[in-house]
Write a protein of this length. Structure first.
Length: 293
């Protein structure tokens, strides 16, 4: 049993490192194919590295990013430990070397800055999504923001990261004398965020349905008979009327939502129904709860 567990752990670790390298490749694609050739400074250590490379193109972008990240990693050593820093250093080094390797032979894909921002954001989002999904960090402003939050005893890390990235973007616009760089950077950030969410959450969404009705027993019975999904019934009290109700909770795939709504409407047209998007639904009828690495 122990050997089997160790084997599974080893496979899981190897797959994690493999996807870390894939994430580095996509992030490097973003920098080399789209952002750097079009002088788009999109924030982060990579954006700062692109800016330095614009000022002096004799210094490779990847090497610059490694050099900038090293002191940040030393700052993070106190708070996150040696194993985290070593793992982070591996990612930083891999990303820097892959970026400079691609820069040797990758052609310019487009000189249209809008297209470069869009596709640069897509590639960057895939990279970030894979880093987060497989528990890797590429250091940079995200790690520095965490360290600063520890110093100041404040927990709002996104604000620190946003301020740091914003400074880099604005500085890039000033240095390159292209104020519209800030607009292109916003496109990159927006697209990257959305794509990384897809990598983390998946494309398949489900709907969480909450139904409050005086005919909950009847609705639950019909739902169970006509839907492959389970139904959970909870006791609830309306705090305005103080009347007791039965609350139904079920999670269905998007294509099954209309069937659920029709069943509820036909049984109790006065029912109260809440429908929310749900991500990462795991269990019977959906993805296996143990299916992810």
């Amino acid at each position: 049993m122990d050997k089997l567990m160790n084997k599974k752990f080893t496979v899981k670790s190897l797959m994690g490192y493999l996807f870390m390298v894939v994430g580095c490749a996509f992030y490097a694609f973003s920098t080399v194919l789209f952002l750097a050739p079009n002088a788009i400074v999109a924030g982060g250590v990579t954006g700062l590295s692109v800016l330095i490379n614009i000022l002096n193109n004799n210094i490779p972008i990847g090497i610059i990013s490694i050099v900038i990240n090293i002191p940040i990693l030393f700052l993070g050593l106190k708070y996150y430990g040696l194993s985290f820093v070593i793992k982070c250093l591996l990612t930083v080094t891999s990303l820097g070397l892959i970026t400079d390797l691609f820069d040797l032979f990758m052609p310019l894909m487009t000189d249209d800055k809008i297209l470069a921002s869009l596709y640069g954001g897509v590639c960057q989002g895939v990279g970030i999504g894979l880093f987060v999904r497989y528990k890797f960090s590429s250091g940079g402003t995200e790690l520095f923001g965490r360290v600063v939050s520890k110093w100041t005893k404040l927990s709002n890390i996104p604000i620190f990261v946003g301020i740091l990235d914003g400074i880099i973007v604005v500085f890039g616009a000033i240095v390159t004398k292209t104020p519209d760089n800030m607009l292109y950077a916003l496109i990159v950030v927006f697209v990257s965020t959305k794509v990384s969410e897809i990598i983390l959450m998946g494309l398949e969404k489900a709907k969480l349905c909450i139904v409050i009705s005086d005919k909950s027993e009847e609705i639950a019975k019909i739902l169970i008979e006509n839907s492959p999904r389970g139904v959970t019934m909870l006791d609830s009290v309306g705090m305005y009327t103080h009347n007791e109700h039965k609350l139904l909770l079920t999670c269905v795939k998007n294509r099954q939502l209309m069937q659920v709504k029709e069943i509820v409407k036909n049984i109790d047209k006065h029912a109260f129904m809440i429908i929310n998007d749900s991500f990462e639904v795991r269990g019977q009828g959906f993805k296996d709860i143990a299916g992810d690495l």
